[in-house]
Design a protein around this ligand. Structure first.
Ligand SMILES: [Zn+2]
Ligand SMILES: [Zn+2]
Length: 343
């Protein structure tokens, strides 16, 4: 079964943190953290619609400029989410440049920056290219149970964690995995195509069964078009399974409160991307730096019941010893570990 999301770390584990989540059936991607983005080519950055920043330490935020540079004039807009103070910090980033000509650009580029307010809500600001990126306040929104994004197919949930400043952990939760049965598709006599994405979106969004879906394709005999209904197609060719859950957690101290919050956020995760900055032998140093050891990360992964824990954000002091970090995570978690990064 082909999964909906393809999550890959942006950099190798000694590089800046960041997770790029490509959608397998859509021209769309989500990005978690904005460190060094040089590894992501423009075509990948242009697929990003939403960015989730853990906190604004420089290794998690300086890549904003590259994203802006690539998207300006070519991308309609981005939604960014981050910790308290984030909306203003995005404004400061934008205010560092001269914008005397951008109001004439053909494509407006709209940056909506949202921040958690730690009281179960979000406040935000809009910065538009055509308004020279002046701050325009957005009306506040609720974030029930930490849910920041709630779309028909998935939601993104946040949890504020402690890093001597709030660091936000994120869970991407697919509502249900919709699988197309290829053999049934063949029996129906139509080829796969972008219409399947429309169909899945309708099914995920509980569209009325009589909603029409136009199936169009080309073959040697020419162009064909057939109209079916969502209800008919859903019954014929789609099966529904448990949705995927992908969690991204970085820059957190190991305390009972943090561990409990992360375990709740990551409960039952298929893939937990979790920082492993230090080894347990340096746990005092890790606590002073407000970071996790690999052993602590593994303990949390086990407590969450995560199927797979993927380590990143290794301290450079372990260059040449990265296997020790992986082994420590593996031993504490006793689950599978895979290495994932963007190519
Ligand atoms: Zn960091
Ligand atoms: Zn940090």
């Amino acid at each position: 079964m082909r999964l909906t999301f393809n999550p890959q770390l942006v950099n190798p584990p000694f590089g800046d943190p960041g997770l790029y989540v490509d959608f397998n059936f859509e021209q769309r991607a989500l990005l978690f953290d904005l460190g060094d983005l040089a590894e992501l080519p423009p075509k990948k950055l242009l697929r990003v619609t939403d960015v989730f920043v853990s906190h604004t330490h420089v290794d998690h935020f300086y890549g904003f400029d590259r994203l802006l540079r690539v998207c300006l004039g070519r991308h309609g807009g981005l939604r960014l989410f981050g910790p308290p103070g984030f909306a203003e910090q995005v404004g400061h980033k934008l205010a560092a440049y001269t914008w005397n000509l951008v109001q004439n650009y053909e494509t407006d580029f709209v940056v909506d920056a949202w921040e958690l307010d730690l009281h179960g809500g979000m406040s935000g600001a809009r910065y538009r290219c055509h308004a020279r990126f002046c701050r325009e306040p957005l009306p506040g929104r609720a974030a029930p149970d930490g849910v920041l994004v709630d779309e028909p197919g998935f939601r993104v949930r946040a949890a504020a964690l402690e890093h001597r400043t709030p660091s936000v952990g994120y869970a991407l939760e697919e509502r249900a995995h919709l699988h197309v049965m290829k053999d049934k598709l063949e029996r129906l006599g139509v080829p796969s195509g972008p219409w399947l994405t429309d169909l899945k979106r309708c099914v995920a969004g509980d569209a009325p069964p009589d909603t029409p879906i136009t199936v169009a394709w080309h073959d040697r005999a020419g162009a064909h078009e057939r109209v079916h209904t969502v209800g008919e197609l859903a019954q014929e060719i789609i099966t529904t399974g448990r949705g995927e859950k992908i969690v991204y957690v970085t820059d957190v101290i190991y305390t009972e409160a943090n561990a409990a919050r992360i375990a709740a956020l990551a409960a039952g995760a298929d893939r937990l991307f979790i920082e492993c900055v230090f080894l347990d032998e340096d746990r005092d140093h890790a606590a002073r730096k407000y970071h996790l050891t690999a052993g602590q990360a593994g303990t949390i992964a086990r407590r969450a019941g995560a199927t797979c824990a993927i380590p990143f954000h290794f301290s450079p002091r372990y260059i040449g010893r990265e296997e020790a970090l992986r082994a420590e995570l593996r031993d504490a978690h006793s689950g599978a570990i895979v290495e994932d990064r963007a190519s």
